[in-house]
Design a protein around this ligand. Structure first.
Ligand code: NAD
Length: 257
């Protein structure tokens, strides 16, 4: 198991116990890291506070990634409390429900803007905030979460597929920009998992069944399995890996039928 003793990390994207970001927080904490965890809006504050009770002295902060002031506050608090930062996990994504049910051609300008702002631009904003804190540590690791809908068409994934394609391009450009400072930027492309975000995609159960039927491993994946891969990307075990999209989907992405 990765050793993250003495490391500090920021985890964005915890909504509840089923969140992929929560599985990563648990794994990173078990490996010895001290964490700052964020919640989006008062609605989710209690969930995140309750879950985080089991973490090692966490810093719990509000962060709506569409709000630059909240992002600035997160990094100011991390600087004050931790003095530097070793890793960031970005698990924020959103698309308005209508955009995930209407025909793709009906995608609205506002729905497009909001989806790409929350789901892709926010990685750039978080990387910029983390940069000076990671420089103090001599480098760092940034990990985001994506889905195969960036490259292939899945029913109802719609504008989120476009946002994930943008997110994956952001991974490559950030990796190129920040690599000389020893900051690595990677994504995990996870197979489908029933989470709050997934509940917005109509027909999600049939996507899960297709993975069970056709993925080489003949099953879907669990959040803990995505977290294991995230720990690899956070830790020194992956010290030469950057600009990578690591797929954790039981091999489904390789199938042709
Ligand atoms: P989730 O609903 O638990 O997490 C999504 C998070 O995004 C929530 O915590 C929500 O609060 C946060 N978020 C939305 N808008 C935000 C905003 N404006 N500011 C800050 N946070 C905001 O669902 P999840 O499935 O764990 O999603 C985590 C990531 O994994 C997402 O990027 C998702 O696209 C990706 N992913 C999920 C699956 C899946 O099948 N569940 C598969 C591949 C990738």
């Amino acid at each position: 198991m990765a050793d993250l003793q003495g490391r500090t990390g920021l985890i964005v994207g915890i909504a509840n116990k089923r969140s992929i970001a929560w599985a990563i927080a648990q794994a990173a904490s078990a490996a010895g890291a001290r964490l700052a965890v964020t919640y989006q809006g008062e609605r989710l504050e209690e969930n995140v506070r309750e879950l985080s009770a089991g973490l090692n002295n966490p810093l719990i902060l509000p962060c709506d990634v569409t709000d630059d002031a909240q992002i600035a506050n997160v990094f100011a608090e991390i600087e004050r409390e931790f003095g530097g930062l070793d890793f960031v996990v970005h698990g924020a994504a959103f698309a308005p429900r209508e955009e995930l049910s209407a025909p793709f051609v009906q995608t609205t300008r506002n729905g497009f803007k909001l989806s790409l702002d929350v789901s892709a631009y926010s990685l750039i904003a978080l990387a910029r905030g983390a940069l000076p804190l990671m420089e103090r540590r001599g480098g760092g690791s940034i990990v985001t979460l994506t889905y195969l809908g960036s490259q292939r068409v899945f029913d109802n994934y719609n504008v989120m597929g476009v946002a994930k394609a943008a997110l994956e391009a952001c991974v490559r450009y950030l990796a190129a920009d920040l690599g000389p400072k020893a900051i690595r930027v990677n994504a995990i492309s996870a197979g489908p998992i029933k989470t709050l975000a997934a509940s917005g995609i109509s027909g999600f159960s049939s996507i899960l069944q297709i993975y069970r039927d056709r993925a080489p491993l003949r099953r879907t994946v669990e959040t803990a399995e995505v977290a294991s891969a995230a720990l690899f990307l956070i830790s020194d075990a992956s010290r030469a890996v950057t600009a990578e999209i690591l797929t954790v989907d039981g091999g489904y992405h390789a199938t042709g039928m």
